[in-house]
Write a protein of this length. Structure first.
Length: 197
């Protein structure tokens, strides 16, 4: 059996070849973007928020396709762990969609953003504790790298807006072209994992 892989700090290639390292880096990027949105105003806030929406959408799509299926199989009580994470993700997508419909200069925007940030950070801690730890223990370097490739495929096809509650391909197509990007993202992830459609 191959040795389990733990990327070293400062080793960008190791992080990119390790799904846990890659997702942890994204958690840090998400925290930084929340900081940027909160600290900026006007066009700069709108731009930072667009990037935050995109990164959250990428990240959650990748987790739904890569992390959660693995955690269901590899983690004791995986089904319950994943269902809890999916419920958190649905709530976050709904909150994000509501924020996305607001002007970033609206007086209610920042308080709602801060509430979302709290929820997203709690969700990230739960993923790190209940899913990421088990992924590291349950697969080898090749498995971590294969999952990382799939997450990177999701990054390249990322939706730019959240789609709360959308699960089926037919429902995605009915909602319009942005939702169809989610289907393409999932297809890219599945191809990267070597899964046939």
């Amino acid at each position: 059996m191959s040795q389990l892989h733990t990327p070293q700090a400062g080793d960008d290639r190791a992080v990119d070849d390790d799904v846990v390292g890659l997702l942890m880096r994204q958690h840090g990027d998400i925290r930084n973007l929340f900081d940027e949105v909160e600290a900026s105003q006007g066009d700069a806030r709108r731009d930072a928020f667009r990037r935050l929406v995109r990164l959250l959408a990428v990240h959650e799509t990748a987790e739904e396709e890569v992390v959660h299926p693995f955690a269901r199989r590899a983690t004791a009580g995986g089904e319950g762990v994943v269902e809890d994470r999916l419920a958190e993700e649905r709530a976050a997508k709904e909150a994000l969609a509501a924020l996305d419909g607001m002007d970033t200069d609206d007086p209610q925007f920042l308080p709602r953003l801060k509430a979302l940030r709290t929820d997203v950070q709690e969700h990230a801690r739960a993923e790190e504790r209940y899913e990421f730890t088990h992924i590291r223990r349950s697969t080898d370097t090749a498995g971590l790298a294969a999952m990382a490739r799939a997450v990177k495929a999701a990054e390249s096809m990322a939706p730019t807006r959240p789609h709360p509650g959308v699960r089926s391909g037919a429902a995605n197509m009915a909602l319009g072209p942005v939702a169809a990007v989610v289907d393409r993202t999932r297809d890219a992830v599945r191809r990267a994992l070597g899964k046939a459609d």
